[in-house]
Design a protein around this ligand. Sequence first.
Ligand code: ZN
Ligand code: ZN
Ligand code: ZN
Length: 303
Amino acid sequence: MSLPLIRLAIGRTNGTAHYGVLLTATEFVTACASHSPDLAPIAEHTAHTLCQSCARAWLILTTPQHPGEEPEARPAIGTGASATGHRPIPGHLMGYCGKPLDPRTSPARRVCANCTAQGAALARLQRLAGELRLPDGDPSHVDDRVLWAPSGRGNLVTGHRRDALLDRSWCGQRLSGPNPGASNECAPCRQIWQEAEVTRQTYTLPQIRERAHRWPQRRDLDMFDDRAGALRPGDAYTLSGCEETHHVVAAADRSRSSHTDLVVYLPAADRIADVRVRGECLVTIQRPPCTQTVLLHPAPRVS
Ligand SMILES: [Zn+2]
Ligand SMILES: [Zn+2]
Ligand SMILES: [Zn+2]
């Protein structure tokens, strides 16, 4: 038996969405073990907010192990090494329970009850679903071609391009989230973005390409595992699920946000891309002794 993982919600257009599988026409199981007789399958690209526990279940199901060894337990950030151990989501410094974790391993015997519960709910889902079929997710860390929806009750037909470093649309609006269903692209966004893109191609790309080319010969690099939120301009990093070394051109400084926005150079494609990764994503960082180099040329702005 093989069942697809689908999204379920009580409301058809908004509210909280969960991941789960339909076992029969009326019987289903969710990844977070929440249950309501009113839950029903929903369409793609709706304005639902994803249940936090189901969002983590998705990460657990879709993230390959970090290259190199991952321990069975890590302590939560800010606790002692012998504190309760949390079960790390593969490729992330985040527990099954959602706690941000320390890169150290945990020798603790006690395992967090919430991590255990989340693991059990997911194991039940997998057991009942047989072989779980996952929908094609967006490649987890490169999404610079996706259009975004403005915050508030904006229209969902027109999508905006996002200035990753400012967390606003290029036309200056606040944004609520990706809007892959948008059929039109905002014209001011497109125009300003194109001008910024010319600057990137003309000035930034040759410089970072040269730097990346010399990178493998460098002997002065400090190498360590940390969260993606710790990345700084001038670093290079690798992460699970992607073979490539990413070179950080710029990083947005938004410590309270759940995601880290980066401008990176991808050597294989020879292009600079906006990249959005979860702050707790586990990355192996290569850091030169001095990362003060200014790599980003400011983009021209149309006011
Ligand atoms: Zn859920
Ligand atoms: Zn935990
Ligand atoms: Zn716009």
